[in-house]
Design a protein around this ligand. Structure first.
Ligand code: ATP
Ligand code: MG
Length: 314
């Protein structure tokens, strides 16, 4: 099998309100796959569906959610938890607050390893020291004795990455892993992800607002808009030949999409809507410079050589 994630027709609802609609994507083994989109477009909810962490108030439907070789829809809740714990490392959004700030790192770094891999605490600490070395700490044993609040943002993110590596995952999902960091540290952290990907063969699902960053580090990407994927394919192909007007506009405003929900995109007037996301019509219609009459009825899907887009333009 050559895929780490296969998602087919994932939809997520909050009661009757559709938040994510018919998302399909494939992350190949050993690649860095970028998931980009404005705030509120559904990136985090899509990622959480892949690792069985969707909030309880939301309901998902899908034809397939295959993560690290198993379709989560065909196994029990307990099997899902064990499978994800053994195979996926997760770096949630806003991880500056992920570790408990008042508990020493040595007393929380190994929890998942001890639980899922059935190891002792001393084995966990040994592994953590080895990984701290790998993520660039000169004195790993010292780091174990720190409280998270004593670390800088960049150091904390390195600890989070080491933590995500504890169970030798096949996949790491990193949700906006560099958003809170300044640009030099951002580059160092991304280089670390690149190293992990190349040296250890771990697939990475990289979620980001930052199209420039995704362009630089990912080999494939998907662009989300209002709960749908509007374009996806090999990074080079999508950037050299963007088909969807949204991607074309984003392409113009590289390097950064680092804006808050409901804030205007500089060159794309209008907002990402929160409702009506399961419509057949094009969701980008109100912001699209090329909108046609047919776009209020449907949006045609195109695919050729792995390059997908959903738009009535040919
Ligand atoms: N638990 C929830 N209950 C109801 N609605 C939710 C819940 N979590 C997220 N949403 C809504 O679902 C939509 C998608 O949210 P999601 O967090 O996936 O966006 P995102 O693309 O990750 O945004 P950001 O870039 O700001 O992190 C948003 O409109 C959000 O308000
Ligand atoms: Mg998010």
């Amino acid at each position: 099998m050559n895929e780490t994630v296969i998602l087919k027709n994932l939809s997520i609802k909050d009661g009757d309100n559709t938040l994510v609609s018919k998302v399909s994507m494939t992350v190949e083994k050993g690649e860095i796959f970028g998931l980009v989109g404005e705030s509120g477009s559904g990136k985090t909810l899509t990622a959480k569906s892949i690792i069985n962490l969707l909030p309880d108030n939301l309901k998902l439907t899908a034809d397939e959610i295959q993560t690290a070789g198993k379709d989560l829809l065909t196994i029990t809740k307990n099997e899902r938890r064990a499978h994800i714990g053994n195979n996926v490392g997760y770096i949630p959004q806003n991880t500056v607050f992920y570790l408990h700030p008042m508990i020493k790192i040595k007393n929380q770094i190994g929890d998942g390893y001890i639980y899922h891999m059935k190891r002792s605490k001393s084995e966990a600490l040994e592994k953590a020291s080895m990984l701290f070395n790998k993520v660039g700490f000169d004195n790993p044993k010292n780091i174990l004795n720190f409280y998270p609040w004593q670390l800088s943002g960049g150091m904390r993110q390195r600890v989070n990455i080491a933590m995500a590596l504890m169970n030798d995952p096949k996949l790491i999902i990193a949700d906006e892993p560099t958003t809170a960091l300044d640009s030099t540290v951002q580059r160092q952290v991304m280089q670390l992800f690149e190293e992990i990907n190349k040296d250890m063969g771990i697939s990475i699902l990289l979620i980001s607002h930052d199209l420039g960053l995704v362009r630089h580090y990912s080999s494939s990407l998907a662009v989300m808009y209002a709960g749908q994927i509007v374009e996806s394919g090999h990074t080079e192909e999508v950037f050299n030949n963007p088909k969807h007007p949204y991607t074309q506009l984003l392409n113009k405003i590289i390097p950064s999409l680092n804006i808050k929900k409901n804030e205007l995109l500089p060159e794309i007037p209008g907002y990402v809507q929160d409702s009506g996301r399961d419509t057949e019509s094009c969701l980008f219609i109100k912001r699209c410079p090329h909108a046609m009459e047919i776009c209020s009825k449907c949006a045609e899907e195109h695919e050729s050589n792995g390059h997908y887009y959903k738009c009535n333009l040919k």
